[in-house]
Write a new protein. Structure first.
Length: 311
């Protein structure tokens, strides 16, 4: 496999590149012009020429498209920018992929469970046959990108596979995501900081999956996914943010004072998100290997090392 990875500097991208190399794939990590880490392949989702150049120069057999604006609050603050990056950027990449001189590579698109939105109880666990009801600009941008890619597949035969990944966690995630934020605050408390831990709404329940299992699913879909199909990437189990916090506190073993911070409460919050991965498992044989408690321990340990390095 000769794999070109967009968003290779990001949280998921770094884990995907590592896993691909572990499986002896040839990897071309691609970063953006403003990334802290510079890669040999630099692309800009707003510049079609850089995308065509990357595809024509490196001639990948598969493109993993991870580059995106992924943080919901940022999408709420800048919806047009999010649509431009996530939807139109994906359209430009699809055009570059199908215009390759040596045949089109397979395109694995990292979508999100956010496209389903809030549902009636009868819809759970969420499955790929449901209609899409995105509830925020991030989910809407990914739903639009999915529609673009499926249209490309039908019109031009582009080899597209869509992976709808639900909430994923793991070492290296930025602190503005909820689990990473809780772990980082606990690590600073354990390092001698004040005992206050600030939270948003703790009631939503999420389908958390370790990022290392997520990237294994992407690779499985690159090898065995069916062209033009959509696959949920999820654990099939919902856990409330409150229960995640309890587990992290037990792992950290520090006394804390939990305080609600209105700035951390997300508007248009989806109360429950849990999916079914039966389609993915049936097609590829993939199954998650890392239990939630191990993911939380690994996240906390990474946060603890970071806190100690600056204390």
């Amino acid at each position: 496999m000769r794999a070109l990875v967009t968003g290779a500097s990001g949280f998921v991208g770094r884990h995907l590149v590592e896993e691909l190399r572990r499986e002896h794939a040839e990897v071309i990590p691609c970063g953006g012009p403003h990334d802290e880490v510079k890669h040999e392949c630099e692309i800009d989702l707003g510049d079609a020429d850089t995308l065509r150049h990357a595809v024509e120069t490196y001639r990948p057999s598969v493109v993993f498209h991870l580059a995106a604006q992924t943080f919901v609050p940022d999408a709420l603050r800048a919806p047009i920018e999010t649509y431009e990056t996530n939807a139109m950027g994906t359209a430009r990449l699809a055009e570059a992929v199908r215009s390759g001189k040596d045949g089109s590579p397979r395109l694995i698109f990292a979508s999100t469970g956010e496209v389903y939105g809030a549902r009636d109880a009868r819809d759970y666990p969420l499955h790929e046959g449901l209609d899409l009801r995105p509830r925020n600009p991030y989910g809407a941008s990914k739903a639009a990108a999915e529609a673009i890619l499926l249209g490309e597949c039908q019109s031009f035969g582009t080899d597209v596979v869509i992976a709808r990944a639900f909430n994923h966690i793991g070492p290296g995630q930025k602190e503005h995501f909820v689990v990473a934020s809780l772990a980082a605050q606990l690590a600073r408390i354990a390092a001698g900081g004040p005992p206050q831990l600030f939270v948003g709404n703790l009631e939503p329940a999420r389908d958390f999956l370790d990022v290392r299992d997520v990237v294994r699913a992407y690779i499985a879909l690159a090898r065995r996914g069916e062209r033009g199909e959509v696959y949920n990437v999820c654990s099939g189990r919902a856990v409330t943010i409150r229960d995640v916090l309890r587990e992290l506190i037990a792992i950290a073993r520090v006394p804390v004072e939990v305080r609600e911070d209105p700035r951390r409460v997300r508007s248009a919050e989806i109360p429950l998100s849990v999916g079914s991965a039966k389609k993915l498992q049936a097609r590829t044989g993939w199954a998650p290997l890392i239990p939630l408690v191990r993911s939380l321990r690994d996240v906390y340990e990474a946060s603890r090392r970071a806190a100690l390095s600056v204390s």
